[in-house]
Design a protein around this ligand. Structure first.
Ligand SMILES: NC(=O)c1ccc[n+]([C@@H]2O[C@H](COP(=O)([O-])OP(=O)(O)OC[C@H]3O[C@@H](n4cnc5c(N)ncnc54)[C@H](OP(=O)(O)O)[C@@H]3O)[C@@H](O)[C@H]2O)c1
Length: 263
């Protein structure tokens, strides 16, 4: 495969108009990345782009798109196909479903899945063709600790983030020999607008992390090439034990007969 030449590395960040995505934009610009920012709010992204290119000298392109709309998502996919210089995709755009599952409108459920799940998977698929041509191609997928905690979240959001975690772990195995690094980032409560959008008061939530600290920690995990980064988890051995217990189950599944308790 041909090696793409580009003076600065180029990252595409979804959900880059605010919150975690905008903070990734800031940190990556300071690391010398040129950027493509994707979200719906063009004015916010233009403002951020002007600030970042003024401060750091990097090139920042704004690409407004609603990732829940098929035509809009297709335009981002085409942009990625047309821009093989992209060496880093940050799949960060995400939203929540306010209220209880039984109060939710079926279309709102579908929309959340299209944003948190479908767009992330489709953009990863399209980006991988180009990423494999880079020496340091990478995808960062923003999941959530709620992937591991269905008890404390709405079912659709928690399941969408479990998808992101499982999807990333499976890509790590399937594409282990392709030279692309995949990182799943699992933030816990982080101070951004997502709380208000979900109808929750963040001031009532204990243990909220500031967004700058979250992204700096996630990028420290990125630099260490961690597979799964959980910034608030103080004792990493607890994650390793959980993942180890899961992996220990795998050979147990290969049985020709049902367990005695089902016979
Ligand atoms: N904050 C937390 O406590 C927390 C914890 C765990 C995981 N996360 C995850 O972190 C990611 C970022 O969330 P955040 O906390 O930074 O929330 P946020 O401040 O609400 O930002 C969400 C971003 O996604 C974009 N977005 C929303 N709907 C979109 C759509 N239909 N099409 C394109 N872009 C869209 C928003 O931009 P526009 O409105 O301009 O489109 C915005 O840039 C999400 O995946 C979230 O699930 C957050």
């Amino acid at each position: 495969m041909t090696q793409t030449t580009q003076s600065k590395p180029l990252a595409l960040i979804t959900g880059a108009s605010t919150g975690i995505g905008a903070t990734y934009a800031d940190r990556l610009a300071h690391r010398g990345y040129d950027l493509i920012l994707v979200a719906r709010d063009a004015a916010k992204m233009e403002n951020l782009a002007a600030q970042l290119s003024g401060k750091t000298g990097v090139n920042v392109r704004v690409f407004p798109a609603d990732l829940t709309r098929a035509t809009s998502l297709a335009s981002v996919e085409q942009l990625i196909r047309d821009t093989p210089a992209i060496s880093l995709l940050v799949n960060n755009a995400g939203s929540v479903l306010p209220g209880k599952f039984t109060d939710a409108d079926a279309d709102a459920i579908d929309e959340l899945i299209r944003l948190n799940v479908t767009s992330l998977a489709r953009l990863s698929r399209v980006a991988l063709d180009g990423l494999q041509t880079h020496k340091n191609g990478a995808i960062i997928n923003i999941a959530s600790v709620l992937a591991l905690a269905p008890e404390i979240s709405g079912p659709v959001y928690a399941a969408s983030k479990a998808f992101v975690l499982t999807f990333t772990q499976s890509l790590q195995v399937e594409l282990a020999d392709r030279g692309v690094y995949f990182q799943a980032v699992l933030p816990a409560a982080t101070r951004t607008d997502i709380w208000e959008k979900g109808g929750k008061n963040i001031d009532e939530v204990p243990g909220v992390m500031e967004v700058g600290e979250l992204v700096d920690a996630a990028l420290a995990g990125f630099d260490q090439k961690e597979a799964v980064t959980i910034p608030p988890l103080q004792d990493d051995n607890k994650w390793l034990a959980l993942d180890g217990a899961r992996k220990a189950l795998l050979p147990e599944f290969l049985q020709s007969h049902a367990a005695p308790r089902y016979r």
